[in-house]
Design a protein around this ligand. Structure first.
Ligand code: SF4
Length: 468
């Protein structure tokens, strides 16, 4: 039987990569459990509340987008709406040209990965530098993130030390402190040169226009302190209705993502600096980015837009742990990616990624840990069904043909006949069949006798009220 792409990828995965992914995700699961459950004995209650807030928001997204636009504008922010990657990139370049900017310090942003912004700006001659340590290492390696929170989960410190040596950041040294200090020294100079800082954004309150950016390294804070202009690229689903809702989300995001009560730097950005403030960007742009999100909203999988990108579902997923994030052939890996990536690909490109929803054992662990209670297993099943209905060829690879089963299961007479006829299997000499695997298998095991039709006969003979 032909293998699915994700299986083939996993089979040839280097042992050290598998080990890095496995240990990185396992530690995330343990820390999350310790911190979330210790602080919230009924963690499911707050997860459900967060899920309701986000579900309400996406179901009234038109209203909250208009409100957010008004609030942001009142705060002095220039708001842009980008329909797709091309229009987002165009808007960014226009801002850079207007400011005659060349150097851009960038914080981690999955939205920018979606549109391959770095390559685009580099091709146009801009100097764009990633300031999140993990993303910086990926940029040096010309690599891509394999996890939404721990982008270099697939690397170990020896590989990183080799990369630093190759790029002139010091002789080989794999001590984490040395690696961090070297990156810090290099990046500090860039912060001073950076005319523009680019960030993503974890949440925007529609009520106040406050944007929240969380990091553990303080890199976005450094970027904001030094730059004259701030550009934030944010998916339209990142809204919450009110500031109070931010409290619920922040209580869950750090705990679910890294097992921290709160990320080290939690910044509330309320617009460009005012006349009284000594520093900070004098100009701020928020690009609210669609890129097929409205198509997802119109689908029967819209719940995935609740996602707050904590990464907990990938940490706990047995398929992700064995195959790594790159096996998902898209920006978003793990159970989140198995649902979101084929949807964000849009109708025309859906077949290219239609096999991803099959990368799951449907164990349900992803839903159990999801801070916004997304019914991921249900969504995976809906997408499998869609792939089948749309005859997305790739999704069929590795799946046995179930036509015979489906016919029997939907025709009671045929089913009854088949069950009774299958009693003939009891006389089948498995050990002499011309199928080597079946012969080998049957040498080790004795199959129970087929008893087709007996259950029905037993049911028929039972008297009403008989509890035997
Ligand atoms: S789907 Fe849920 S668990 Fe997975 S990244 Fe999104 S919010 Fe986190």
């Amino acid at each position: 039987m032909k293998k699915q792409e994700i299986d083939s990828f996993s089979e040839v995965l280097a042992a050290d990569v598998r080990e890095s992914v496995h240990s990185g995700s396992a530690s995330g699961v343990t820390k999350r459990r310790e911190v979330l459950v210790a602080d919230f004995p009924d963690a499911n209650a707050i997860r459900r509340l967060a899920g309701q807030i986000k579900q309400h928001t996406i179901e009234h997204l038109d209203k909250y987008l208009e409100q957010a636009e008004r609030s942001l504008t009142a705060n002095g922010v220039k708001v842009h709406f980008a329909w797709d990657g091309a229009s987002a990139k165009e808007a960014i370049v226009k801002i850079l040209e207007a400011r005659k900017a060349h150097t851009i310090c960038k914080s981690k942003s999955m939205a920018s990965e979606e549109i391959e912004l770095n390559d685009y700006l580099t091709d146009k001659g801009y100097d764009i530098v990633e300031t999140d340590l993990g993303e910086f290492i990926l940029q040096l390696d010309n690599d891509h993130p394999s996890h939404v929170v721990k982008p270099i989960i697939h690397k170990n410190r020896r590989q990183i030390a080799t990369t630093f040596e190759k790029h002139g950041l010091g002789a080989y040294n794999d001590e984490p402190e040395v690696i961090t200090q070297r990156a810090r020294k290099f990046l500090r100079k860039k912060y001073l040169q950076g005319e523009v800082t680019m960030t993503g954004g974890n949440f925007i309150s529609a009520e106040s226009g406050r944007m929240v950016i969380v990091t553990n390294e303080g890199n976005s804070r450094f970027g904001l302190a030094g730059a004259k202009c701030h550009i934030a690229l944010i998916g339209i689903e990142k809204l919450v209705p009110t500031d109070r809702d931010l409290g619920v989300m922040l209580n869950l995001l750090g705990r679910s993502a890294t097992g921290q009560q709160l990320t080290v730097y939690t910044e509330f950005v309320s617009g460009p600096r005012s006349a009284e403030q000594p520093e900070g960007p004098e100009e701020m742009h928020v690009i609210l980015f669609n890129n097929n999100r409205t198509e997802v909203l119109a689908s029967d999988c819209r719940e995935i837009l609740r996602c707050i990108r904590c990464g907990a579902c990938m940490n706990v997923c047995p398929v992700y742990r064995q195959s790594s994030g790159h096996a998902y052939r898209s920006v978003y890996p793990g159970p989140l990616g198995a649902v979101l990536s084929p949807l964000l690909a849009g109708k025309a490109r859906f077949p290219e990624l239609a096999d991803l929803p099959k990368a799951s054992s449907l164990c349900g662990a992803c839903q159990e840990v999801c801070p916004v209670d997304i019914p991921i297993p249900d969504l995976l099943l809906r997408l499998r069904n869609r792939a089948k209905l749309e005859k997305a060829g790739k999704a069929a690879i590795g799946t046995p043909d179930m036509t015979l089963w489906a016919t029997l299961a939907t025709h009671p007479t045929a089913w009854r006949t088949a069950m009774k006829s299958a009693n003939l299997l009891n006389g089948l000499p498995y050990d002499v069949l011309p199928l080597a695997p079946l012969r080998a298998w049957s040498k080790q095991r004795t199959l129970p006798r087929w008893e087709g039709g007996k259950f029905r006969a037993w049911m028929k003979d039972r008297k009403q009220g008989d509890k035997s």
